[in-house]
Design a protein. Structure first.
Length: 96
């Protein structure tokens, strides 16, 4: 997850995933933009194409995220959607 609130330098676990799949073909490291912060994908991470969820509706974000994490494999997808960020528990899945 890429956000100004989640700087990569504070979370070095990304480096392990990157080292195991430097080409990005196995999708071990899948950057996801949830807030604007393009400065985080610089240097060796610049060639990695992130999933950009900024400004997307819940259905759009869900499709983009699932397609990016499980490209071509719908069997691994979660059937019941999780709570979308910013929703309170009492309006889960209603878009209100």
């Amino acid at each position: 997850m890429l956000s100004p609130d989640y700087p990569l330098v504070d979370h070095p676990e990304w480096a392990v995933a990157f080292f195991k799949d430097m080409s990005g073909k196995e999708r071990k490291l899948v950057p996801v933009y949830v807030r604007k912060c393009p400065e985080q994908l610089q240097g060796v991470l610049a060639p990695i194409v992130p999933i950009d969820l900024i400004g997307r509706s819940e259905p759009e974000a869900r499709k983009l995220l699932l397609d990016g994490v499980y490209p071509g494999d719908k069997r691994k997808r979660q059937i019941t959607p999780p709570k979308f960020p910013g929703q309170s528990p009492d309006n889960h899945g209603t878009g209100n």
